[in-house]
Design a protein around this ligand. Structure first.
Ligand SMILES: Nc1ncnc2c1ncn2[C@@H]1O[C@H](COP(=O)(O)OP(=O)(O)OP(=O)(O)O)[C@@H](O)[C@H]1O
Ligand SMILES: [Mg+2]
Length: 311
């Protein structure tokens, strides 16, 4: 099954067979050996410590350009399953560009050109037969600014499942997604109200619920709390801790304390200054367990960044 594009076809998805269903409301576990064979861990050097068994993503020499300008160069890393991976680094180092490669969001930017490979459970995400709609069903995304549709709370959640023709009671799908995003109790009596009537923090949890409604196994979060107050931020961080039981999470954050609090692993990127402003290129500098990145970084640039000396 390794590298089999049918992994992204719901008709042949072993996780949707009744026999493999887990607890209701949770993403069913990937049956061992059915979706992909174990991928052996390899540590490649001192600063890129990603000796991870069964990674959800493997990137190899991943580079992205916009038009003729390279934005990020040669990113090779492994993202673990059912953990939280943080991307940190100064503005413009390519964090959003790389996270967008994980669900092919860069396809929507005409100037973007992706080189190298991204494998998702062993499958080449950029393979010819891969359907990007199926990719985004499995790999959901939440953005910096909450972006609910101008629709009711209910319809925001029901939208994705309807488009994808998901089977089962829509009321149940909506309730389940709202419960998983810790939003059900806040909104159960006003499901038909417009989503714009919610607070910013609630709108962001609605966007998380909307992403969860299609039962993804990965959630990509690009600065999900940067527009939120500390209490709403705390609720999203608590939620991330609950969700990682069932979902692999990659989060971009500018908030060092947030990366240290929530993530299991951290990847630090920089903008490598070329000879001119136009030659600024993002690169991965260091990657490893968050506790080590923050307490014992191996690269001086990581040390300076995490200790607040630059960035
Ligand atoms: N749609 C786009 N078109 C052209 N260039 C882009 C586009 N998106 C990003 N870039 C360029 O790619 C580089 C990396 O940008 P990116 O947004 O990925 O950085 P970032 O690390 O997410 O920054 P920030 O922390 O400010 O969000 C930058 O030089 C940026 O100008
Ligand atoms: Mg960004």
């Amino acid at each position: 099954m390794v590298g089999d594009v049918s992994d992204l076809d719901p008709a042949s998805d072993p996780r949707e067979e009744p026999a493999s269903r887990g607890v209701p409301g949770q993403v069913p576990a990937v049956p061992a050996g059915q979706v992909h064979a174990p991928i052996p861990a390899v540590a490649h050097d001192d600063v890129i410590d990603d000796a991870i068994e069964n990674p959800v993503f493997i990137t190899e020499k991943l580079s992205v350009s916009y038009g003729t300008s390279p934005a990020v160069l040669d990113v090779s890393l492994r993202v673990p399953e059912k953990q939280i991976t943080a991307f940190i680094g100064p503005s413009g180092c390519g964090k959003s560009t790389i996270i967008r490669c994980f669900n092919r969001m860069n396809d929507l930017i005409p100037a973007a050109r992706v080189e190298g490979t991204v494998r998702y459970h062993g499958v080449d995400l950029y393979g010819n037969e891969i359907d990007s709609v199926q990719v985004r069903k499995r790999i959901g995304m939440v953005f910096q600014k909450p972006n609910p549709f101008p629709k009711s709370i209910y319809d925001n959640i029901a939208f994705g499942p309807k488009v994808l023709g998901m089977k089962g009671s829509m009321d149940q799908i909506v309730e389940q997604a709202l419960r998983r995003a810790s939003l059900w109790d806040d909104v159960k009596d006003r499901l038909k109200d417009n989503a714009f009537g919610m607070s910013g923090g609630q709108q962001q949890r609605l966007c998380i619920a909307r992403a969860l409604a299609t039962n993804p196994d990965v959630l990509l979060m690009d600065e999900p709390c940067s527009a939120l107050d500390p209490i709403s931020t705390g609720r999203i961080e608590d939620l991330m801790h609950e969700l990682k039981e069932t979902v692999s999470i990659v989060i971009v954050t500018h908030n060092m304390q947030q990366a240290a609090r929530v993530s299991d692993r951290t990847a630090f990127f920089i903008v490598d200054m070329g000879s001119s402003e136009e030659a600024r290129i993002g690169r991965l500098v260091e990657y490893g367990p968050t506790s080590r990145i923050f307490t014992n970084p191996h690269d001086i640039r990581t040390e300076e960044y995490v200790s607040g000396k630059f960035g």
